[in-house]
Structures are given as structure tokens and as C-alpha cells.
Design a protein around this ligand. Structure first.
Ligand code: R7I
Ligand code: MG
Ligand code: MG
Length: 308
């Protein structure tokens, strides 16, 4: 029996692990088969995906709920340019740092806002926090996305990722893969994401090759490609975290972000205890490392209890 707090801890630890394991392979071609006995560095370092998820969690805790102005400020405070941010997000954060309000900055780089995956990759803590209040989840996640990713496709990727997390918390174990896809289809009114969710069903039925998955879902930094890819990898391989990460890397492209999103989902399903201990051991633990993200998970759980 996996306790709810185990799921919260597993979700955020899974996110950071997936990010750090996938990071050395970001931008690689499809078809690489990593050997985790040999290919793992001595210290697993996380990237912008985890740094921004930390900002989301810290803000929910400090504000006792969702406050977009506070969240924007945390993104600016935590920003470390060495963590490999997307160029548009880096530019927006720098504008916020220099005093511009996020509502102005978020359309300065791309006219309609970014449709990169930078808001979906950090959405898991919102899914945890709003898991028993899904009526409020959509509006909060859309606004949290909008800080840096105002485009409707950027927002919807974040909403679907957060909603998938909330389903795993509230429904404990998904009955079958199609059950989650149907729930996501029922939650979205986006034609673009609905089409991808229907393709996921076909790929599962066909037991598709990695090549087909990349061809039909995509593996790039765009939310409309990597969110469906992460959901697919989770649904097919998420009960085995190591195997799932192998598949994330073998898809190529945005491996750290597909890893972070699939990792959050798998960690939520399995709980922290089921994540590979030797990987957790290697995960960096500076001022805001693995202990910090677990503390965020625990505090979000306590707040979630108090609010539900
Ligand atoms: O989405 P974002 O924060 O990047 C996240 C990625 C993850 O893989 C992280 O691991 C890190 O490596 O970066 O950054 P953005 O700059 O908002 O979006 C990413 C890219 O998507 C942009 O640099 C563009 O190439 C593309 N993109 C767009 N292109 C044209 N028009 C995003 N939005 C647009 C757009 O509106
Ligand atoms: Mg990254
Ligand atoms: Mg990435």
C-alpha cells in the first residue's frame, strides 16, 4: 500500500531523477541505448526542469496557495543560467529580474507567448497541490504557465501533465492505460492534444517501435510533442522506472524534459521507495538538491491535507 505522502515524495523525486538521468543525452538522436552501469556520471546534476519545479513548489508553500506574482519572483530568484534554460524562458526571466511584470514580459519574445515545454516540465507540484480540487486546477495551471509560456499550446501541455499527476494521486492506481487517456481526453478541449492522445491509443495497441513514437508524437522541446511523448512512455513503461528512463533516452531529442515529466508520473504511481536507490544516492544535494525537493513534497502534502 503506497501512502499519499509517498506518492508526493515519489512524484518530485521522480521528476528530479528523470531530469538528471536524461540531461546528458538531451539533443541526441533517436536509437541510443544507454548502459546505466557505465554511462552514469559520479554526480547526477539536475537542470532547469527541476529548478523551475522547485520554484513552483516553494511558491505554493510560501504563499499558502497559488500566487502568480510570487511564483514569477521565485523563478527569477532561483534562476541559474548554467542549468540549461530554453532561450525564450531565460530572456523572460531576465526581463522579470530587471523589473518588468511577467504579464508584459511573457509576450516579448514570442508574440503569442511560448509553446515550448518549459511550463509542462514544472507543472507536477501544481498537480499534487490541486489533486483534490481539480475544479481549480485548470485555471491555476494555465496562469502559472502564462508567467513564461502564454501560448495556448504551452498552457495546455502544463494542464494535461498536472491533471495526469492529480489522477494518480486521487485514483491511486490507474485501471488501465486507456483509462488515463480517456480521462485526459475528457479534460481537454484542445483539438491538437486530443489528436495526440488518440494517436497514443493506436501506438499502444500496435506496440509501436520507438521510431514510430517519435514520428507520430515527436520528441522535441515543443509542448505538443514532448508532453504526449512523456505520457506515452509513462503509460507503457512507468511501472519500471529504470526501463522507462532507458526508453526516454532512446527516443532522443528532449530527453531530460521527457524524463522529468515521465519521472514525475512514474514516481507518483510507484512512490519514492520504488525509485532506484543507487540513482537517488548519486543525485546532487547542494542547497536545493534532493533533500530540498523531498521537503517541498512533504510540505505540499501537509498543505494539501489542510486544504482538502
Ligand atoms: O520552453 P522552454 O522553457 O524550454 C524548455 C527546454 C527544456 O528542454 C529544458 O530542458 C531546456 O533545455 O529548455 O523555452 P522556450 O524558449 O520558451 O521554448 C523552447 C523553444 O521552442 C524556443 O527556443 C523555440 O525554438 C521554440 N518556440 C517557438 N518557436 C516559434 N514560435 C517556443 N515558442 C515558440 C513560438 O511561439
Ligand atoms: Mg532541462
Ligand atoms: Mg530539456
Amino acid at each position: 500500500m503506497i501512502t499519499p505522502v509517498e506518492r508526493f515524495r515519489g512524484c518530485l523525486m521522480g521528476l528530479m531523477l528523470g531530469d538528471a538521468i536524461g540531461a546528458p543525452f538531451e539533443g541526441c538522436r533517436q536509437g541510443i541505448e544507454p548502459d546505466f552501469q557505465k554511462d552514469l556520471p559520479a554526480v547526477l546534476r539536475y537542470t532547469d526542469d527541476s529548478e523551475m519545479a522547485i520554484g513552483v513548489g516553494e511558491s505554493l508553500i510560501a504563499s499558502d496557495g497559488f500566487d502568480p506574482d510570487d511564483m514569477a519572483m521565485r523563478f527569477a530568484e532561483n534562476y541559474n543560467p548554467l542549468r540549461g534554460y530554453g532561450s525564450g524562458t531565460a530572456a523572460i526571466i531576465n526581463m522579470i529580474k530587471s523589473g518588468m511584470h511577467w504579464k508584459e514580459a511573457n509576450t516579448k519574445v514570442f508574440k503569442n507567448g511560448s509553446f515550448g515545454n518549459g511550463s509542462a516540465m514544472r507543472a507536477a507540484p501544481l498537480g499534487l497541490f490541486f489533486s483534490h480540487r481539480t475544479g481549480q486546477l485548470r485555471a491555476a495551471v494555465e496562469e502559472a504557465s502564462s508567467i513564461t509560456h502564454h501560448h495556448v499550446l504551452g498552457k495546455e501541455g502544463a494542464v494535461l501533465l498536472a491533471y495526469a499527476v492529480s489522477l494518480l494521486v486521487t485514483q491511486e492506481v490507474m485501471k488501465d492505460r486507456n483509462h488515463m487517456i480517456d480521462a485526459l481526453l475528457g479534460f481537454t478541449s484542445s483539438d491538437e492534444y486530443s489528436a495526440k492522445l488518440l494517436i497514443m491509443k493506436e501506438l499502444i495497441k500496435e506496440e509501436a517501435s520507438g521510431e514510430q513514437v517519435v514520428l507520430r508524437l515527436g520528441n522535441t522541446v515543443l509542448a505538443l510533442e514532448s508532453v504526449p511523448a512523456a505520457l506515452y512512455v509513462f503509460l507503457v513503461y512507468g511501472s519500471d522506472f529504470k526501463k522507462m528512463m532507458q526508453v526516454c533516452i532512446s527516443l532522443g531529442g528532449d530527453t531530460d524534459t521527457i524524463g522529468a515529466m515521465a519521472g514525475a508520473l512514474s514516481g507518483c504511481l510507484l512512490g519514492e521507495q520504488a525509485l532506484p536507490g543507487e540513482w537517488i544516492q548519486k543525485l546532487e544535494n547542494g542547497e536545493k538538491g534532493k533533500d530540498h525537493i523531498v521537503e517541498i513534497a512533504e510540505r505540499l502534502f501537509l498543505m494539501h491535507q489542510a486544504h482538502s
